[in-house]
Design a protein around this ligand. Structure first.
Ligand code: HEC
Ligand code: HEC
Length: 467
């Protein structure tokens, strides 16, 4: 058994409850959400659970969220002060990359947060896994607007101004980056932090040696390709199933037994994820050019990505890092110890799951709905498909517009820079710029596209619209 003192010391490291809250053994949040509703399909139930049941404690109270504008930098603060509350809420959603729930009428939590029934908002899967494309919410698209670090910093400032105690997210933030660029998060390292203090049965364990952290930001993949996969994550490190998805719930407030008891609910959440379809392209498609592009795709791309189309299983081909040449940090960020212990634990069904224990590179992902899942590569370093196909033209530093979509280049509407503009000083401003020279953020690699002529590239771009 861990002593209470040690637990208290370790809890903040684990992003657990705040100082004034109870330590790790804190009561689990109230959960009134019914497990089943008559007539629901598993996928419908999964969606209902994911959006209404708080699986982790609230990150902050709604009332505080509504006042965050008071700590914004000028001129944004003055702008917020001058407008009605509904407009202020819109400004806050833009600053943090949050989506309105359909039918919410401008109140209650955004899609990515769930009410805990006590005035608090708890993060849910959709914070990272539902985004917007051309200003429209697309279920299951990676949230390329999410600004978790800016949100958490603002919460900290607002709490400081009101004399309120910090809680788990602010503690976590004081110990690790949460996401240094809008749209990407250090999610993989959150998992490492939470796993570090559990044993193979998910019980709390004393571990005074902090796990090795290799911080890096990731772009959340789109959910609609999960049905085409057998292995999850960019290096295919886990066999698909409900258990690996429960990693997100490893916060200390949840006991191992509670987490295990959610396996059935997460099977439904997985059913929902697997029911998602990519959104059809919204612009014009030149179908004869797309047909030419399909042929070029078959010649140059199918050997790794496999044939594309709804329901077609992905060949999930692992491409060694030296061959793919994209940023290597993610590949080397997980220790052997982490991989082995996950594999041997309840998560890996005690070694029965198929796990890629020694990945050599990244798996070539399925490309359905690729037009709607910018930015590209596992680290989100390339803003458009055109840039992916033209490696020499990839911007060194780029900044996106919030809702623009570039129908010529297929992807985010961006402004490119050679350097981070010198006027950009504040951390929240810096997060609006993707700087490919930073660790883990390289936009290099995947140079196979250079085998195509410019004509073929144009045609492949057209074909990618049809997926
Ligand atoms: C803080 C952001 C964040 C949250 C919250 C989050 N995820 Fe993820 N998720 C990611 C990132 C980033 C990846 C990519 C990780 C990788 O490939 O290494 C990912 C990967 C996945 C994958 C693998 C997809 C694939 O194609 O390989 C699944 C499935 C998934 N998440 C489900 C969930 C579920 C279910 C929840 C909620 C219980 C959740 N995620 C919460 C960021 C998040
Ligand atoms: C030798 C294998 C290989 C070939 C050939 C190849 N790719 Fe890839 N591709 C990959 C891998 C591996 C990744 C993932 C890289 C990463 O995320 O770091 C990838 C990533 C991508 C992505 C980004 C996916 C995303 O969700 O971010 C696109 C788009 C893509 N490839 C298109 C193509 C096209 C088009 C061709 C043919 C012109 C092609 N690829 C040829 C292996 C290959």
């Amino acid at each position: 058994m861990m002593s209470r003192l040690r637990l208290l010391l370790l809890c903040p490291l684990l992003m657990s409850g705040g100082l004034r809250d109870r330590p790790c053994a804190a009561a689990e949040p109230a959960r009134a959400t019914p497990t089943t509703v008559e007539g629901e399909t598993p996928a419908e139930r999964g969606f209902r659970l994911v959006t209404t049941k708080p699986y982790v404690p609230a990150d902050f109270p709604e009332a505080l969220f509504n006042e965050l504008w008071t700590v914004w930098p000028e001129p944004l603060k003055q702008q917020a002060a001058d407008v009605p509350a509904a407009e202020r809420r819109r400004l806050a959603f833009e600053r943090y990359g949050l989506m309105e729930r359909p039918g919410s009428e401008g109140s209650g939590p955004p899609l990515g947060y769930t009410s805990d029934g006590k005035g608090g908002w708890a993060m849910n899967c959709l914070a990272c896994h539902t985004g917007s494309v051309e200003g429209r919410v697309v279920l299951g698209a990676g949230n390329s607007l999410f600004n978790l670090e800016t949100l958490t910093d603002d919460i900290r400032l607002a709490k400081q101004a009101r004399g309120l105690a910090p809680r788990h997210m602010e503690f976590g933030r004081s110990r690790m980056p949460l996401g240094t660029t809008r749209g990407t998060t250090n999610a993989v390292m959150f998992g490492v932090a939470l796993w570090g203090l559990r044993d193979l049965e998910l019980n709390p364990r004393l571990n005074l040696r902090l796990p090795a952290f290799v911080h890096h930001d990731m772009d959340a993949p789109s959910f609609w390709n999960v049905s085409r996969k057998r292995l999850l994550y960019c290096e295919g490190s886990a066999e698909k199933g409900p258990r690996p998805l429960l990693q997100f719930t490893l916060v200390p407030q949840n006991s191992g037994e509670t987490i295990k008891s959610w396996e059935g609910e997460f099977a439904d959440i997985l059913a929902w994820i697997e029911s998602l379809q990519p959104p059809p392209y919204t612009g014009a498609i030149d179908s004869s050019l797309a047909t030419v592009g399909k042929q070029a795709f078959e010649t140059h791309c199918v050997r790794c990505h496999g044939p594309q189309g709804p329901g077609l299983k992905s060949p999930e081909k692992m491409i060694p890092i030296a061959e793919i040449g994209t940023d290597p940090v993610r590949l080397h960020s997980l220790s052997d110890d982490f991989r082995q212990s996950m594999h041997k634990s309840w998560f890996g069904e005690y070694g029965k799951h198929e796990y890629n224990l020694e990945p050599t590179g990244y798996v070539a992902p399925p490309l359905n709905g690729i037009w709607a899942s910018a930015p590209y590569f596992h680290n989100g370093s390339v803003p458009t498909l055109w840039h992916l196909l033209h490696p020499e033209q990839r911007p060194v530093v780029w900044r996106r517009s919030l809702h623009g979509y570039d129908h010529q280049k297929l992807g985010l509407e961006v402004e490119a820079f050679e350097e981070l503009p010198t006027a950009v000083q504040r951390a929240d401003e810096r997060r609006e710029y993707f700087d490919t020279r930073k660790k883990g953020k390289s936009a290099a690699g995947h140079l196979f596209v250079n085998d195509l002529t410019e004509e073929e590239k144009r045609a492949v771009l057209e074909y990618l619209k049809t997926l």
